[in-house]
Design a protein around this ligand. Structure first.
Ligand SMILES: [Zn+2]
Ligand SMILES: [Zn+2]
Length: 282
């Protein structure tokens, strides 16, 4: 007879958890997984009753598991959360059709409302429009910057108090590393704090965190006066798309385009406070 599940000692193991190295059966894995996420949520006081929570939905595996676990735990433990699925449509012809179908299935399956926000709504431009304006060559800059901000902007637009995003451990490692390399430590710090509750992972408490400001126009975390997306948008809207791409590194504080402030400051200050994200590790 083969080995038995290391938790219940009864069923055949279905997998070895990379996180613990334990051989576990299906049932025990689900139980442990759900329990750990619940503990993480409770111990870190991630939510309070009545919170409106955007569940980021891309149609991929990670976000489908997230939608499942959030609705399950919200019901089982009476978190009292107002959950909705938030999906971003970049407006690239033919690119999102399949995953949007999956997201729509999630809406039916988990019984929570779905909001799809287009780049057109978020930024005033679809990716197709942008490509038409600047050609294919430079649109990676736009893609990367706009994609990074889309969920935050969308959650804010939908008046969410919190946002939940689903990641696997590889994602997290990549994000943390990328952000560390970029010197943009504010976002991963939130992620690290949560991971460390499950793993023994921490940044030295004596490490100095850079001062973190927010974009004066949209409120997104930015070390410059205006965030990159706002600079890119300003260039696009003025018909000078290259402005945002041109190199400003090393020139210190000056953004390449001067963007007028439109009395949005009081509101934008709230963004970073309101939108915090949680990570779920599989
Ligand atoms: Zn078992
Ligand atoms: Zn901005």
């Amino acid at each position: 007879m083969g080995r038995l599940c290391e938790i219940c000692q009864q069923s055949r193991p279905a997998l070895r958890r990379p996180k613990t190295g334990q051989q576990v059966c299906r049932e025990c894995f689900f139980k442990a997984f759900e329990h750990e996420i619940h503990e993480t949520i409770v111990n870190n006081r991630l939510f309070k009753k009545g919170d409106r929570v955007a569940v980021a939905a891309s149609g991929g595996k990670d976000s489908t598991v997230l939608a499942h676990i959030m609705t399950l735990l919200n019901e089982r433990h009476c978190y009292g959360l107002d959950l909705f699925l938030l999906s971003i449509d970049e407006g690239i012809t033919g690119y999102r059709d399949d995953s949007l179908e999956t997201v729509k299935r999630n809406e039916v399956q988990y019984g929570i409302p779905l909001k799809v926000l287009s780049y057109k709504t978020l930024y005033g431009w679809t990716m197709d429009d942008i490509v038409r304006e600047i050609g294919r060559k430079n649109n990676c800059t736009f893609c990367g910057v706009f994609r990074r901000q889309a969920l935050d902007r969308g959650a804010f637009m939908m008046k969410a108090d919190k946002m939940a995003t689903g990641h696997n451990a590889d994602d997290i490692a990549e994000t943390v590393l990328l952000n560390l390399l970029r010197g943009d430590i504010a976002r991963p710090r939130a992620i690290l704090d949560i991971i460390k509750s499950g793993e023994d992972f921490r940044i030295a408490s004596t490490a100095k965190m850079p001062e973190q400001g927010v974009c004066k126009r949209c409120g997104y975390i930015s070390s410059q006066e205006f965030c990159k997306a706002c600079v890119l948008l300003e260039g696009l809207n003025r018909g000078l798309p290259r402005l945002g791409i041109s190199r400003t590194r090393g020139s210190g504080k000056k953004a390449p385009v001067v963007i007028k402030e439109e009395g949005e400051k009081a509101e934008t200050d709230k963004v970073t406070e309101r939108i915090s994200s949680i990570s779920v590790e599989f």
